[in-house]
Design a protein around this ligand. Structure first.
Ligand SMILES: Cc1cc2nc3c(=O)[nH]c(=O)nc-3n(C[C@H](O)[C@H](O)[C@H](O)COP(=O)(O)OP(=O)(O)OC[C@H]3O[C@@H](n4cnc5c(N)ncnc54)[C@H](O)[C@@H]3O)c2cc1C
Length: 232
């Protein structure tokens, strides 16, 4: 298990992922080993106040020198509108981590399902990278749920890994006006999946995670474990 550290991190790059999401690259002040699925607490100073928020790491755990956070703008929120208002590139913040339940280490099945709602696609990306390095992996099924086509996150990365014969990728888009992708919610598009003997990771807003878990559990899969990351 990687030790939890308090350290500084400099925001070295900010990149647009979609109209409402950005990727922040952080260069920590010292090597930062973590296991995919981990999150960090970030501490932003604003008007004499410290704002603490948790963000999951969305980059590969094979790189201990930099990591990325995929962050969605929460319009009425306290921190994320600040992040969108000004360019934080070059600024240094306090960090605490890696935090979490060592999810990747606990997911040892040869059949893996990764489901990411919205910005949950970020941590799914990190977990996919981790799982694909396992020679014993037989199948990895990755599904992201997105509000619109423009909001599909990390599609460039997922399209590349989908060329691996072990990997299947699906994008579900809730916007019913589009006809390119399966529409509605992820749970409407899982009929063909065999969840027996699988480890299932679900990440995003709690209501969405619970709804999907309930539908999968109704299939009564045998020998299947759930791992839920609720972005409350
Ligand atoms: C383990 C974990 C991992 C996470 N990972 C990610 C990640 O990878 N990416 C990501 O984008 N987010 C992630 N989150 C969520 C993130 O920590 C923040 O909650 C999110 O970015 C919003 O922060 P904010 O300060 O902008 O909004 P907040 O100020 O926290 O507000 C969040 C929402 O609550 C509403 N709200 C605030 N106060 C009230 C109130 N009094 N009454 C009613 N509603 C209210 C706001 O309108 C807003 O929509 C994660 C959370 C957890 C717990």
């Amino acid at each position: 298990m990687n030790p939890i550290k308090q350290l500084a991190g400099t925001i070295t790059r900010v990149r647009e992922l979609s109209p409402s999401a950005r990727e922040y690259t952080i260069t920590p002040s010292e090597p930062f080993p973590f296991t995919a699925g981990a999150f960090v607490n970030t501490f932003f100073e604003h008007n004499g106040k410290t704002i603490r928020r948790a963000f999951s790491i969305s980059s590969s755990d094979s790189d201990t020198n930099t990591f990325t956070l995929s962050i969605r703008l929460s319009l009425q929120g306290e921190l994320t509108p600040l992040l969108w208002e000004r360019d934080f590139t070059g600024e240094t913040i306090k960090l605490m981590g890696p935090l979490g339940l060592n999810t990747a280490d606990k997911m040892q099945a040869k059949k893996i399902y990764l489901f990411g709602f919205g910005v949950g696609a970020g941590v799914v990306k990190s977990l996919a990278d981790h799982m694909m390095r396992r020679s014993e992996l037989v199948s990895l099924t990755l599904v992201t749920g997105n509000r619109t086509i423009e909001e599909i996150l990390h599609k460039d990365y997922f399209d590349i890994i989908a060329t691996d014969p072990r990997v299947t990728v699906k994008y579900v888009v809730s916007d019913t006006n589009q006809t390119i992708y399966p529409d509605g919610y992820i749970q409407n598009h899982i009929r063909d999946y065999d969840f027996n003997n699988a480890d299932i990771y679900i990440c995003g807003q709690g209501v969405a995670c619970n709804a999907l878990q309930t539908v999968i559990a109704n299939h009564q899969p045998r020998n299947c474990q759930f791992f839920i990351e609720d972005f409350h």
